[in-house]
Design a protein around this ligand. Sequence first.
Ligand code: GLU
Length: 299
Amino acid sequence: MTIGRFAPSPTGVLHLGNLRTALASWLSARAAEGRWLIRMEDVDGPRCSPRLGELQLGDLAALGLHSDGPVLWQSERTKLYRAALAALYGAGRLYPCACTRKDLQSLASAPHAEDALRPYPGRCRDRAWEGFDHALRLRLPEAPVAWMDLLLGPQADDPPALTGDPLLFRRDGCFAYHLAVVVDDGAQEITEVVRGADLRSVTATQVQLQEALGLPRPAYAHLGMVTAPDGSRLGKRAGALGLAALADRGVDTAQVLGWLGWSLGCQPTPAPCRAEDLIPAFRWTRVPPGDLPVPATWC
Ligand code: GLU
């Protein structure tokens, strides 16, 4: 059975790109008569807020997208992440990293395009263990990873060259994005990960972490980004393109769903609709893989 998920970080309002990802993952699960789950990725404490999480859940509900099980909040699941670290330590896959805080900042969050993805050069690979108050990294194997992306087709990447050994635990006690996302996709038996193309470059690294933890590999689909009308990144304007801001401009949820459904190849025009109207027509082969500008009149 297909089990899909949408896993936002509650660090801001969901913009059109996030909503498009949510709808695509929901449609794919619904079209396969599977389940769809929402997970709040709030391990990066200071940047996340429960209020923003509730706001995001409200927007998803307004579109008719409801989780088929309880919404998981990662901040309540640290026991699982600790157990995964213990297993990796036992298997000799972790090493302590003493690189400076500056080197390590922002690693708890998913590395979207705005954070330059620089591979960790492996400076601490041979560092000896002296107590357990260090940041921890996963020792990656020298092995390329290939996968069949539901949208992009055959993909192959070399994680050591792209991300280097990923940080799994910060010295300040914060679990990193890669660890939490992989552990929870495993624990929730997710079979299909739909997310933005800005996370494509970390997929191979996450696959290697899954393998180190003995977890099954889900299918992946990496959607093109929603851009500004001129094709540039939405950047700061993204925050202004949530459901509330669109409603202020007279764009209602049926219109948003119509445009999103059209953008995902489910209908020939952006005619207003409900989410469930789009289910019968959803096929990955109909979803255009490229980036997509928002309508100029919505900005
Ligand atoms: N929580 C991540 C984000 O908001 C997405 C994780 C994923 O879909 O794998 O960017």
